[in-house]
Design a protein. Structure first.
Length: 139
């Protein structure tokens, strides 16, 4: 067919690579995963897949992805299901996430906002009314 729609790549399939000697600035969107070895100066990165920031990468951009793994230097705001700050990785900024992994030897300076999954109920304990006496017993 002439106008047949191409199938989306698997989210784990690396579709975009910014090489170690490359510099990118702007908005990057894709359906697969992204590997960053070079420099990203400002802008946005958005994917339904994963973003891998390798040891040689220097990234200053906002990221929206399923999983973000940081082994290099990152500054910005990340919104993801999972963020992995790996040994040697450095992250400055805001992380909005459901699951966060911090390896020994990694550096994090910023704000971590843990999101709830849809099926997770918050644990709330009943508070005693103001002035209510709470009995204390020795056992």
């Amino acid at each position: 067919m002439l106008f047949r729609r191409e199938a989306r790549p698997a989210p784990d399939q690396i579709e975009v690579v910014i090489g170690p000697r490359a510099t990118f600035e702007g908005k990057l969107r894709c359906d697969g995963s992204i590997r960053l070895d070079g420099t990203v100066e400002g802008g946005e990165i958005e994917t339904v897949g994963n973003v891998l920031i390798t040891e040689s990468a220097r990234v200053m951009a906002d990221i929206r992805a399923r999983t973000v793994s940081v082994a290099g230097a990152y500054k910005g705001t990340i919104t993801a299901d999972r963020v992995e700050l790996l040994e040697g990785g450095r992250l400055w900024g805001v992380v909005n996430v459901v699951s966060f992994l911090l390896d020994e030897g990694a550096h994090f300076d910023g704000q971590l906002v843990m999101q709830q999954t849809a099926d997770e109920e918050p644990l709330l304990l009943d508070r005693p009314a103001a002035g209510e006496q709470i009995p204390v017993t020795d056992e």
